[in-house]
Ligand binder design. Structure first.
Ligand SMILES: Nc1ncnc2c1ncn2[C@@H]1O[C@H](COP(=O)(O)OP(=O)(O)OP(=O)(O)O)[C@@H](O)[C@H]1O
Ligand SMILES: [Mg+2]
Length: 298
């Protein structure tokens, strides 16, 4: 039933030519109405029976998870089990990949981000993403990096408003004090940890309701990692956070809820167990979860 719902929208298995139109989607992104209200209230993000394919290979099977409003949910599991794919489905990036298909629903505050009437731009504005490798625009100034997302999502702001957004976003990302005197210098001149915080500032500048983070600290030193973890705990009061991490200590430090993904050999990935992080690590129900969180595989 739901399994086939979106295949007609994003078919891949048998009809790759009817993939979503990439350029069209990006055009819409550029021209989204400036009058659209900026969402900022806390929202619960839900995944209902999510399945995903690359070509005819199924990589996720019927994954369901509630990511509670105002909390950090961590996604853990061995390499290749579908965590990043799952994350990309949560902000409609998956469909930009040629050959990709999916089924299921992703309600944000009860409204499916894949509803026919909903624009891809709304999903991108509501659900931001921070990647493993910091990706600021290197030649662009720190200031312009922070406000870059505003333009992309069609939001106009006066110079004064931008000044406020830049200071607020950099403060929330834990970077303001370090860069306040060099806002006009290029983003590429910052350290790796600072660049990642700049990317977080850029994401939160458009006031998303959910922030997805795919191994945001895996390329960073322990000090930068600690600063970003503190930032996440602060941000969780105003934005729902979902983080993929291979660092079991990090999952325990930052997340209240946790989901353990696993794919058996040659099989699509799924969630073995999910719940409170403390219980998942302290008293897991499934022996595979126990083995993984205790480092016996993966
Ligand atoms: N663009 C793509 N085209 C084809 N197959 C892909 C693509 N991206 C991912 N896959 C496949 O989908 C499966 C899930 O990959 P995914 O990157 O989601 O795993 P992951 O859990 O994030 O792994 P890791 O922990 O190594 O980042 C893997 O088998 C992978 O090879
Ligand atoms: Mg990944």
């Amino acid at each position: 039933m739901t399994e086939t719902k979106l295949l007609s929208v994003f078919p891949t298995v048998s009809a790759p030519s009817s993939q979503p139109q990439h350029s069209e989607a990006f055009d819409t992104y550029r021209h989204v109405s400036t009058s659209t209200a900026i969402a900022s209230t806390l929202a619960t993000l839900e995944a209902r029976s999510i399945s995903a394919w690359f070509g005819d290979r199924k990589v996720l099977d019927q994954v369901s998870l509630v990511m509670e409003a105002g909390k950090v949910t961590s996604l853990i599991g061995p390499s290749g089990c579908g965590k990043s794919t799952f994350l990309r489905i949560l902000n409609r990036m998956h469909e930009m990949i040629p050959t990709a298909a999916l089924a299921g629903e992703v309600p944000l505050d009860g409204q499916d981000i894949y509803d026919q009437g909903r624009r891809i731009t709304d999903a991108r504005r509501d659900v931001g993403m921070v990647f493993q490798k910091p990706n600021p625009f290197p030649a662009m100034s720190i200031y312009d990096n922070v406000v870059a997302g505003l333009k992309l999502s069609g939001q106009r702001a006066t110079r004064g408003e931008k000044d406020v957004i830049v200071e607020t976003s950099l403060t929330k990302a834990g970077l303001w004090k370090e860069v306040r005197d060099r806002l006009r210098q290029p983003g590429g001149g910052l350290s790796g940890g600072q660049q990642q915080r700049l990317c977080i500032a850029r994401s939160i500048a458009i006031r998303p309701r959910v922030l997805l983070m795919d191994e945001p600290c895996s390329a960073l030193d322990p000090t930068s990692t600690r600063v970003i973890e503190e930032t996440m705990l602060e941000l969780a009061h105003e934005v729902t956070i979902v983080i993929v991490t291979h660092n079991m200590q990090q999952a325990q430090r930052v997340s209240e809820n946790c989901a353990f993904f696993l794919a058996a050999q040659g099989q699509p990935g799924g969630i073995v167990e999910h719940g409170k992080t403390e219980a998942m690590f302290g008293n897991p129900v499934d022996s595979r979860t126990a083995d993984y969180v205790h480092g016996r595989f993966g």
